[in-house]
Every structure is written in structure tokens, then in C-alpha cells.
Design a binder for this molecule. Structure first.
Ligand code: Z5A
Ligand code: MG
Length: 212
């Protein structure tokens, strides 16, 4: 029957090293989809607005110190506190563009030396993205861009480790986008992938969960 297929929004995640251009591309994608009349919202993690997010923000700007396991779980809790709203938005037809997600959580904490399976465990049961756009750039190229070095983690050696862990996390939902290309080119590649996903989701592609 007609009622069996319920159009839903797509969960689109952008990942990549610091300064790979995620926030720039998220903003462009938001206005592209809105311009086409698709209900769309832009989210980001960490969400620094919540009380958990404020603890994360203080940590990232070196105003507080936390044990590596503790901050890992706070990043995860910050996604869990948004999970039900996320599901509601998607099910009522809003596409979500998300600037960083569980992959950042696992890649950064693993790069510090925490066990990768331990890092993945608290992410299990969060909503799985329909598409992960990985903005691929070398740490050296990324470091040449503006604003590098203000926050914790923004060092080339550490970013190299993060890149290695991102690689082990990639699966069939990932699309690797060359992020050293000009902004407009990156933008066009992202648009193609996302339009396909939005269409699949309107046609009834089911939501799935991390990490399966
Ligand atoms: N973290 C974690 O440990 N665990 C977690 O679970 C999560 C995060 C979710 C803060 O994240 C930190 O938290 C982050 C990971 C860790 N690590 N660090 N440091 P954040 O998202 O708040 O980080 P950010 O401050 O927004 O920066 P960013 O995300 O690293 O940058 P970006 O969004 O990828 O890049 P951008 O701001 O769009 O662009 C950077 C500059 O490059 C800017 O001047 C642009 O104009 C320029 N740009 C962009 N695209 C291009 C192209 N194509 N060509 C030339 N120049 C460009
Ligand atoms: Mg950003």
C-alpha cells in the first residue's frame, strides 16, 4: 500500500582532518539542499551548547584537563543526548548534515593510544549515517590553511595518526572526496553523492544503527 513507504530525511556526515574544509562544505551543502526545497538542518559535534558540550569546549580550549577515557565518553554522551531528536527529525522528513560524528570520536581517541574497540563501544546504537563524506587531505596541506594550532590536537604528527585511524573506520557508506581541490569542485562532488542519498531515503531506505 502507499502508506508503507514513509519518506524520511537522509543522515549525511562530513568527516576529515582538521582544516579539511568540513564546516565550509557543510554550510554550502545546507544552502544547496534548502534551495532545492529539501527540509534540511546543519548539526555539528561536539555540540558545544549542551552542558556536556560546555565541558568538552573547556577541555578543547585547554581550560580544563580530563583523563583520555573521560573525555572520550563525554564526546559520546554528547551524541547520545541528541539521538532521539535526530531520529525524530529524520523520520519526519528532515535531512541532517552533520559536521563530525562518531568517526571523529573513535579516530581522535585511538590516535591518543586508547584501544579502538573500547572507543567504538559507546557509539553502538547511535544512528548510522546514510553517507559519510570523507574530506581527504594530507596533514601538511591542511596545516597551510588558516587558523591551525589554536586548539588541542592541531599538530601534524597527531593528525597523521588520526588519518590512519579514519582509514581503518571507512566502510561502504564512505565516499572519499579529494579535499585539496578547489572549494567549488569539492562542493560539486558532494552535491552528487548527497542528491543520490536523499533520493534513496525518500524512497524508503531504512535507518540503521552503528556499528553493524
Ligand atoms: N573531536 C573528538 O576528539 N572527538 C569527537 O567525538 C568529536 C570531535 C566530535 C574540535 O572539532 C575537535 O574535537 C577536533 C576533533 C575533536 N579536533 N581538533 N582540533 P571542531 O569540529 O570544533 O574543529 P573546528 O575548529 O571546526 O575545525 P575543523 O573542523 O578542524 O576545520 P574544518 O571544518 O574541517 O575546516 P573549515 O573551517 O571549513 O576550513 C578551514 C580553513 O580552510 C578555512 O580558512 C577555509 O576557508 C579554508 N578552506 C576550506 N576549504 C578549502 C579549499 N578547498 N581550498 C582552500 N582552502 C579551503
Ligand atoms: Mg569545522
Amino acid at each position: 500500500t502507499e502508506s508503507s513507504v514513509k519518506p524520511r530525511g537522509a543522515l549525511i556526515v562530513l568527516e576529515g582532518l582538521d582544516r579539511s574544509g568540513k564546516s565550509t562544505q557543510c554550510a554550502k551543502l545546507l544552502s544547496f539542499l534548502n534551495g532545492l526545497g529539501h527540509p534540511t538542518e546543519l548539526w555539528r559535534f561536539p555540540d558545544r551548547e549542551t552542558s556536556v558540550g560546555q565541558m568538552i569546549s573547556a577541555y578543547l580550549s585547554n581550560k580544563s584537563q580530563l583523563d583520555d577515557h573521560t573525555i572520550h565518553l563525554l564526546f559520546s554522551a554528547n551524541r547520545w543526548e541528541k539521538r532521539s531528536l535526530m531520529e525524530e527529525k529524520l523520520k519526519t522528513g528532515t535531512t541532517l548534515i552533520v559536521d563530525r560524528y562518531s568517526y571523529s570520536g573513535v579516530a581522535f581517541s585511538s590516535a591518543k593510544g586508547l584501544d579502538i574497540e573500547w572507543c567504538k563501544a559507546p557509539e553502538i546504537g547511535l544512528l548510522a549515517p546514510d553517507s559519510v563524506l570523507y574530506l581527504d587531505i594530507s596533514p601538511e596541506r591542511a596545516a597551510e590553511r588558516g587558523g591551525y594550532g589554536d586548539e588541542r590536537y592541531e599538530r601534524v604528527e597527531f593528525q597523521k595518526k588520526v588519518a590512519d585511524f579514519y582509514q581503518t573506520l571507512g566502510d561502504s557508506s564512505w565516499k572519499i572526496i579529494n579535499a585539496s581541490d578547489a572549494m567549488e569542485e569539492v562542493e560539486k562532488k558532494i552535491q552528487q553523492v548527497v542528491l543520490d542519498q536523499v533520493k534513496e531515503c525518500t524512497e524508503g531506505k531504512p535507518l540503521s544503527l552503528l556499528w553493524s
